[in-house]
Design a protein around this ligand. Structure first.
Ligand code: NAD
Length: 509
């Protein structure tokens, strides 16, 4: 992993240098060192990838379903066999701590298991005898070429959310990873080549928004999916909407935890540490705001502070570290700026994560340590905006209704969790928390791959969510056939008898 990494596009089975566009440096956020370069692909390159996917579509969509599923099984086995190599690729350029990177790859392996149920989920419906000799049949058909755009923080997971479901249902794909974490897909694409996936079924184009905007008016593109910030989701919704393309767009987040008086303290502290500081807070399901009832407020703050002080910040490959750096110098500056904003708007900075102690080799890395604000109110900027760093904002609420009100009034609606042993609070929270994903006594309320994943309100643009049956529905279209069966020996069927209204309405409409 020490040699210079030249990230390449992969189009129609070929690894290609970007000849028309530019390159930008690829950095290791744990050290700040330049470790390679990433192409900023041109519009022409992006369109060439779509053309390759379109050329591959007829043969791929006609490939028998069991054969397509064979590739998904092989993909899963290849990931199991190469788990460590794939996890390291995430730990190097995204600087997700190696233990969490292994967890991310493990989750994709589970998603692939779910994708192997496509043969059951893609089954259509038949209604026999909607008129004499006429049957109705619904087919779930592939659409053509889908394109996908990934955020920096989950390079493997987002691959798993999009590609197995898109190609398993018979579509072909063009994928644009984030320029900040392209290495996983370079490694994964080679595994797809190694398992013999036909050329053009999956294509990779690296770059930024230009590569994505090239898809909006491309007639070969059936739809675009994104996981990213809400402004990016809205930009893609507009671009695709103008040209009538399908979209699946997961946006940003700002997640709440509600801490009730009977919260299981040890379990809760462990989960809040993992959720708030894991991935250096750069997770769409990271806990960010914590609403605490008065009965437990002081004890909670004391325990959280004590535990947060033990969190070791360090190189993403250091097995003893708990959390790595944030993704870039720009992200570090943004998080530090929010810490200043919090102080200016009157919150109490209980633990300041700026300039944490790290090893000499990591002095130029982009580290921010655990940070805790207390005396936060829901209308403060640090409580409203997505900081995307290891910063916890704690607010006191009178009771569960105060926590639910703060969640309802927030424009984002990705996830929210409650810590309690009381079944009334549990059920009330599940029913009333105005978010897409609810957790009870868990830090990260990520649904299992058998179920859909996605928020509501500002965290989701449109309606489509990833994973589960929703993914199969998104990547297919419902096509309905009306079939009149004619007996070849009897010749052409006689016209409908007078009064046979079913036949007449069926033929007329
Ligand atoms: P981002 O929106 O800056 O970029 C995401 C991707 O979109 C990148 O590949 C980028 O190149 C591309 N892009 C950026 N601007 C674009 C534009 N105008 N048009 C087309 N493409 C564009 O997000 P990020 O900083 O990479 O990732 C962090 C964000 O992603 C956070 O807001 C986080 O909450 C969100 N996220 C959400 C989920 C979820 O499940 N809802 C999961 C992971 C991350």
């Amino acid at each position: 992993m020490t040699s210079y990494i030249k990230i390449k596009n992969h189009i129609n089975g070929q690894w290609l240098d970007e000849t028309n566009g530019q390159y930008e440096p690829l950095k290791n956020p744990s050290t700040g060192a330049v470790i390679g370069e990433v192409p900023l692909s041109s519009v022409e390159t992006s369109r060439a990838a779509v053309a390759a996917a379109a050329d591959a579509f007829p043969a791929w969509s006609a490939t028998p379903l069991p054969k397509r599923m064979d590739y998904i099984f092989k993909m899963q086995q290849a990931m199991k066999d190469n788990l460590e190599m794939l996890a390291e690729s995430i730990a190097v350029d995204q600087a997700k701590h190696i233990a969490e990177a292994r967890g991310e790859v493990g989750r994709v392996i589970e998603i692939l298991q779910m994708a192997c149920t496509i043969p059951a989920l893609i089954q259509g419906e038949t209604v026999q005898g909607i008129a004499n000799n006429i049957n109705g049949r619904l087919i779930k058909a592939p659409l053509g070429v889908f394109c996908g755009v990934a955020p920096f923080n989950f390079p493997a997971l987002v691959f798993g959310w999009f590609i197995p479901f898109a190609i398993g249902t018979g579509n072909t794909f063009v994928y644009k990873p984030s320029t900040e974490s392209p290495l996983f897909m370079q490694k994964m694409m080679q595994l797809l080549v190694d398992i013999g996936l036909p050329d053009g079924v999956v294509n990779i184009v690296h770059g930024d928004r230009e590569a994505v905007e090239a898809w909006y008016d491309d007639d070969n593109v059936a739809g675009v999916c994104l996981v990213g910030s809400t402004p990016t989701a809205k930009a893609i919704a507009e671009g695709c909407g103008r040209h009538g393309k399908k979209t699946m767009l997961l946006g940003g987040a700002k997640n709440f935890a509600a801490v009730m008086e009977d919260a299981p303290m040890d379990l809760m502290i462990e989960n809040i540490l993992m959720s708030g500081y894991g991935s250096a807070g750069q997770r769409c399901l990271a806990i960010s705001n914590i609403a605490v009832v008065p009965e437990i407020y002081d004890e909670f703050i004391e325990r959280l502070l004590e535990a947060s002080r033990t969190v070791k910040v360090g190189d993403a490959m250091d097995p003893d570290a708990f959390m790595g750096p944030v993704i870039s110098a720009k992200a570090k500056a943004r998080v530090e700026n929010y810490i200043e904003i919090g102080q200016k708007e009157g919150a109490t900075l209980l633990l300041d994560g700026r300039n944490p102690d790290v090893a000499d080799a990591n002095k130029d890395g982009y580290f921010v340590g655990p940070t805790i604000f207390t005396d936060v109110t829901p209308c403060m900027q640090i409580a409203r905006e997505e900081i995307f760093g290891p910063v916890l904002s704690i607010m006191k609420v009178g009771c569960i209704n105060g926590a639910l009100r703060a969640i309802k009034n927030h424009e984002m609606g990705n996830g929210a969790v409650i810590f309690t042993q009381n079944s009334f609070y549990t059920e009330k929270f599940i029913n009333e928390a105005d978010v897409g994903m609810v957790g009870v006594n868990v830090g990260i309320c990520a649904p299992h791959p058998y179920l859909p994943f996605g928020g509501i309100k500002g965290s989701l643009v449109g309606n489509n969510k990833v994973q589960g049956k929703d993914a199969v529905d998104f990547f297919t279209q419902n096509k309905v056939a009306t079939v009149r069966v004619v007996d070849p020996k009897a010749g052409q069927q006689a016209p409908a008898a007078a009064g046979d209204s079913n036949v007449r309405s069926c033929v007329a409409s």
